[in-house]
Each structure stands twice: as C-alpha cells, then as structure tokens.
Write a protein that binds this ligand. Structure first.
Ligand code: SF4
Length: 334
C-alpha cells in the first residue's frame, strides 16, 4: 500500500495557503497526547518519567478537538503514552477524520490487534507502530519479552483488514544496522506503507543517557541505515533523509509540530518542555525561536528530531523549486 495522493495534495495546498497569508511560523502537525500512561517503560522514553505525577489524567474528546482546531494543522499525530489505552481513542480519531484531517495513531502495537474492531479503515487514518529492531533488540529496548511478536501480529492483522500501517524506528547508540535492515525487509514484505526513522533525543528524564547518539554519531549510523542501494521505502521526505546523512543542513523549525498534552502545549517543542502553556500561538511567535535550536541552546546541539528538522526541510523545499521537484519525485516513486 502506498501513501494516499490526497495527503500530498492537502499538504501542498495548506503550505501554499500559509505562504499566501505570509505566515512564517505555522504547524504542519498537531502532536496530540491524550494521555501519558503507557503499558511499557522503554529505556529511551522521557514521557513516562516526565509526566509521572499526571499518569492518571486523560484528555476528553472535546479538549482534543479544541487543540486540533487551535493548531489548524492538516495532520494530527496521536501519541502519548500509549493512545490505545484511552477509552475514547476511537471516537477521538473518528471526530478528527470527519474533519478530513489525516490521523497518524502512534502505538507500541501491544493492543493493536485487540482494538481494531473499534476503528474503520480510511485513507485519513494510519497506525504507526513503533519498532526499534527485530525480536531480540526490540524486546530488550522495551524491557519486556514478547513485545515484538505481539506488535508484528497486530501489524499483520491491521494490514489484512485494510488499514494503512507505517512504522517508526528510533536509533540509539549501539543500534545494529544489519538488524535494522532485517527489520525493514520484514516490514516491507508485510506491506507496510512506509518506514519512519529518527534519532533518539537525550531526554533529561530518560534513565540511561549513554543510550543516545551525538549528532556526528547519528550521521555516521544513518549513512549506513539509509543506504539507497537497499531500496527501502522511507516515509520521511528525501530532504530530511539527506539531513540525517549529513548531506544537507537545515535549522530547527520545531513550530512545524506543536504538541498538546494533559498539561497543555509543550513549550518550546516536542522534546523540550520548559513550560506548558494554554495558547498555541505562543509556540508560533517567531521571537521565541531566537532562543532555541542548535547553537542557541545547548540542549539542542545533538537534536535531529523529525518533529522539527523534517518540517524545516519541507519549508526549504518550498523556497527552492529544484528541492520541491526532488520531494515530489520521491514521494510518488513508492
Ligand atoms: S533543536 Fe532544540 S528546539 Fe529544536 S526540536 Fe530540537 S530540542 Fe527542540
């Protein structure tokens, strides 16, 4: 299955409309975290520790929709925590889809198979299952045996029932490139729509800080992982993949993904929360970004997160016709 053409069309129209309004800072993606509770405690995850005091909180459906409207982005990525633990998750996703926004429901896959009956296949809905390697590697990262097999079973059921499914893989220090290629081959054979990749971010609250790659290490690993000769269909846009391989530099554009949580909007970005605020416009204020990004805040030095640099590369493409052609060609290649 390939990515729906209407997503690319919608994004192109949205970006052109923002340009026509002369907006420089606007979101592409609303990252919606309707709960922070999770059924795993992965070593590289900051959320389950950062939000430990509010693990019992859930965003109601109305609050989720208000956040989606306040942001206005055409793509809504629902994450957490584990969103499939939220009792109203199917109704929340359905309400967003009814507005013809594209929902990416990010899950560790443990509950995917048993919750599929609550969803209906749609070009506007994709499950994104997080997998960090094949069985031994993934089960080690999630610190629980059996997580890989359960997630894979969920992926296969979802695809067999006509759902769009992508995967997301985080790279850490010690990620085994051959193992990742085996994982990508397996997932490709199952018919996933695309493979997303991103380096892990060294969350202050993550238990093992030695787990994370610095920027140069990330580039070296990604050069091997993203080997074009392998022919894998990566979901990230080709300019961001160039950035991960160290072949292109872009600045942080973290306002392209705004994150709403049980405590409000994370400010400044998906990975840093110096505070939580009520008004998303605070994140879209150009003055804020004079203080954040590589070279401006030491916590940004090694960050290569797709939530900010992928958006930055798309913005760059829209100001350079040759880059735009590259993106268009690669997106349709799949
Ligand atoms: S570079 Fe800094 S501000 Fe930008 S996304 Fe990364 S951590 Fe956030």
């Amino acid at each position: 299955m390939r990515r729906p053409w209407r997503l690319d069309l919608r994004m192109a129209r949205y970006l052109l409309a923002q340009k026509a309004k002369r907006r420089t800072h606007f979101p592409f993606v609303t990252m919606l975290e309707p709960l922070e509770a999770c059924n795993l405690r992965c070593a590289g995850c900051g959320r389950v520790r950062e939000y430990a005091a509010v693990m019992d909180r859930r965003l109601a459906g109305d609050a989720c929709l208000e956040a989606v409207h306040a942001s206005g982005a055409p793509i809504v990525s629902i994450s957490g925590g584990e969103p499939l633990l939220h009792a109203e998750i199917a109704a929340i996703a359905r309400a967003i889809i009814e507005e013809r926004r594209f929902v990416y429901l990010c899950t560790n896959g443990l509950l995917l198979g048993e919750t599929l009956d609550r969803f209906r296949p749609s070009p506007y809905l994709s499950f994104v299952v997080h997998l960090d390697g094949t069985e031994a590697v993934h089960d080690r990262v999630t610190a629980r045996p059996g997580t890989y097999r359960t997630a894979i079973a969920g992926i296969r059921q979802a695809i067999a029932r006509g759902f769009r499914v992508s995967t997301n893989t985080t790279l850490f220090r010690g990620s085994d490139v051959e193992d990742l290629h085996r994982l990508f081959s397996t997932l490709t054979a199952f018919g996933v729509e695309g493979l997303m990749v991103s380096p892990g971010y060294a969350y202050r609250d993550a238990t093992d800080q030695g787990f994370f790659l610095d920027r140069q290490e990330s580039i070296e690993v990604f050069r091997r992982v993203l080997d074009p000769a392998k022919g894998y269909r990566f979901y990230n846009n080709p300019l961001y993949l160039d950035f991960l391989r160290g072949e292109r530099d872009v600045d942080c554009a973290a306002w392209t993904t705004v994150t709403y949580t049980v405590l409000g909007w994370r400010k400044p970005c998906y990975v840093l929360a110096d505070e939580h605020v009520e008004d998303v416009q605070e994140l879209l204020n150009p003055a804020l970004w004079a203080a954040y990004g590589p070279g401006r805040d030491r916590r940004c030095a090694n960050c290569m997160m797709h939530s900010s640099f992928e958006g930055a590369s798309i913005l760059e493409a829209f100001s350079r016709p040759r880059d735009l052609l590259t993106v268009a060609r690669e997106e349709r290649r799949g």
